[in-house]
Design a binder for this molecule. Structure first.
Ligand SMILES: Nc1ncnc2c1ncn2[C@@H]1O[C@H](COP(=O)(O)OP(=O)(O)O)[C@@H](O)[C@H]1O
Ligand SMILES: [Mg+2]
Length: 297
């Protein structure tokens, strides 16, 4: 365990943005904080980054007695702001000085980080001329410069175009080998691509936490959809390898198999019973259904 978050709450006037939120962050994990707009993600991450003071609750880094744990975290805000008149390199030197990186190390660290986020060529250009994707990568560089233990990213890809999004997710994937990552998103697909665990927030409360496979399982999803030329009535009912099923019509059925049964085995069983399979799909959006179930609860 790297961080223990215990009973955090935050109220803005009459709005309770975060309510009694508790969870732990395992060292080396990549966690997605999921939830619709207004769920309390930014408020939570800002409290973790010590930009907001919780009304109650505690945040404790394991083995770190200092109250101010900011040297251990890197933070990329949802709407980072830059000085447009600075160059990318100047900005990183400025950020490095703010986080008290020793002068001797700073030059090498800035170069190394610029290389990592692919901004080496643009480092002497003014930030005012950067694209959205470049600005976001510069923001990431700023968060990484002091080699934090925990990297916190607030909606890091929401404002990016598809290519920028893919590039940025790829960077997070590389980073998660070296550090613990917590990032928020309102898009399940982003979480699915890179994280091990999800925390689902709704109206400031933690609605669900666990792994993605556990989320699928808990919400009882039927991820395989099959269509055949002939009606399947009477056949599906007799297949012992099926855990659960639901007919959409006589020739279309959704099923779930136990973990130890490969989907090819199911397909083979249909063929063996002389059914002509016209469609066989492992539905990727089934997780989206689970997410919607959690959020609607
Ligand atoms: N500074 C603030 N003053 C008043 N209300 C706020 C403030 N910041 C956030 N809120 C409210 O708290 C709730 C949670 O906001 P936020 O944490 O930004 O959610 P998310 O990041 O999940 O979209 C929202 O209803 C929002 O309007
Ligand atoms: Mg937010």
């Amino acid at each position: 365990m790297l961080v223990n978050i215990d009973n955090l709450s935050k109220q803005f006037k009459e709005k309770r943005a975060v309510s009694n939120l508790s969870f732990t962050i395992r060292e080396g994990s990549c966690i997605a904080l999921l939830g619709p707009n207004g769920a309390g993600k930014t408020t939570t991450l800002q409290m973790l980054a010590r930009l907001l003071t919780p009304d109650s609750g505690a945040i404790q880094f394991k083995g770190y007695a200092e109250k101010d744990y900011r040297p251990l975290i890197g933070f990329l805000p949802q709407h980072p702001s830059f000085f447009n008149w600075m160059t990318g390199k100047e900005f990183l030197f400025f950020a490095g000085k703010l986080s008290s990186i020793p002068k001797k190390q700073l030059q090498a660290r800035v170069q190394e980080t610029l290389r990592f986020v692919s901004l080496e060529e643009a480092m002497n250009k003014k930030i005012g001329g950067f694209s959205g994707g470049m600005k976001q990568r510069l923001g990431l560089a700023q968060a990484l410069l002091h080699k934090p233990k925990l990297l916190i990213l607030d909606e890091p890809v929401s404002a990016l175009d598809p290519k920028g999004r893919r590039d940025f997710l790829h960077l997070i994937e590389e980073l998660k080998q070296d550090m613990t990552v917590l990032f928020s998103t309102h898009i399940l697909h982003d979480a699915e691509q890179i994280c091990d665990e999800v925390l689902i927030l709704q109206d400031g409360c933690l609605k669900w936490k666990g792994s993605l496979p556990a989320l699928r399982k808990e919400f009882d999803l039927l991820p395989i959809k099959v269509q055949t030329e002939e009606p399947m009535n009477g056949i599906i009912e007799q297949l012992e390898i099926i855990e659960d099923y639901e007919y959409i019509d006589a020739k279309t059925v959704k099923v779930r198999l136990p973990e130890y049964v490969h989907h090819n085995e199911f397909l083979q069983a249909l063929i063996n019973r002389n059914l002509s399979v016209t469609h066989f799909e492992i539905m990727q959006d089934s997780l989206e259904d689970a997410y919607m179930k959690v959020v609607r609860q």
